[in-house]
Design a protein around this ligand. Structure first.
Ligand code: APR
Length: 239
């Protein structure tokens, strides 16, 4: 391992569960009787844009009622105190990582608090509700705005950067994800191409990808991550 090892962290819905943001596959996977794929897809949006807007409007508004948990704060501390290269990749569309202080962060599945115009391509901060009749602040068109979210069948953001950083990872932490949605579910395999890479999974249970990890920490992130980060910083800085 390098003197200043590179670390890549991937987070999923389990990261925010203890903050009160529901996970995707924890409950029955339905929202008001609709399968998640029906509301989180381009086809679903074409079929019933108001329904899709309502789904995301509720989630966006719910962000006002939640706070980062001790796990988010532990990752922000890790970034602040880490001397090597650091990248946090999240599948989450909430803003709890940045509210905890994380800065080197990629939202590969987009962000609830952004909207994108399909007419002019502008991406803008958006904290209010969206509807089919909402006017784009950039081009003035009505009807082009959609949540800046990566839906089923669409390509995640910044994949080239992520893959390049993963290639050079000395440590890969995979936190609170069920490992069923690609390409994120394949990141451990990518990092493991470096045989010296330390691979650690954090979850409250076994996942589809658990077998790919040489180390596993079973337990809630708010408890396990602060302990792990403390130990990792102590061990790494002692060398
Ligand atoms: N601490 C650690 N892990 C937890 C916790 C917790 N407190 N609570 C739940 N988990 C774990 C669950 O055991 C599960 O493995 O978090 C995981 C959440 O899995 P999913 O709900 O499937 O979420 P995620 O893996 O992020 O989903 C990936 O799927 O629907 C799409 O785009 C959406 O980004 C999402 C993607």
């Amino acid at each position: 391992m390098r003197a200043e090892p590179n670390i890549v962290v991937l987070t999923g819905a389990g990261m925010s569960a203890e903050s009160g943001v529901p996970t995707f596959r924890g409950a029955d996977g339905l929202w008001e009787g609709h399968h998640i794929e029906m509301v989180a897809s381009p086809e679903g949006f074409a079929r019933d844009p108001e329904l899709v807007h309502r789904f995301y409007n509720l989630r966006r508004a719910a962000l006002n009622t939640v706070e980062p948990n001790a796990g988010h704060h532990a990752l922000a501390r890790l970034e602040r105190e880490w001397r090597g290269r650091f990248l946090l990749v999240t599948q989450n569309v909430d803003d709890l990582h940045e509210r905890a202080g994380s800065e080197k962060l990629i939202h590969m599945h987009g962000e609830l608090r952004k909207a994108r115009c399909e007419c002019c391509g502008a991406v803008m901060a958006w904290n209010k509700d969206l509807a089919s009749g909402t006017r784009c602040r950039a081009c003035g068109e009505i009807g082009g705005l959609r949540p800046h979210i990566v839906w089923f069948g669409e390509f995640p953001f910044e994949m080239e950067t992520i893959m390049n950083v993963l290639k050079n990872a000395d440590i890969f932490l995979c936190i609170g994800t069920s490992g069923v949605v690609y390409p994120a579910a394949g990141f451990a395999k990518e990092a493991a191409r470096n045989p010296a890479c330390r691979l650690v999974e954090f979850n409250i249970e076994s996942t589809e990808i658990s077998r790919q990890f040489r180390e596993r920490v079973i337990g809630p992130v708010s408890v396990e991550l602060p302990k792990f980060v403390e130990q990792l910083l102590t061990d790494t800085h002692r060398q």
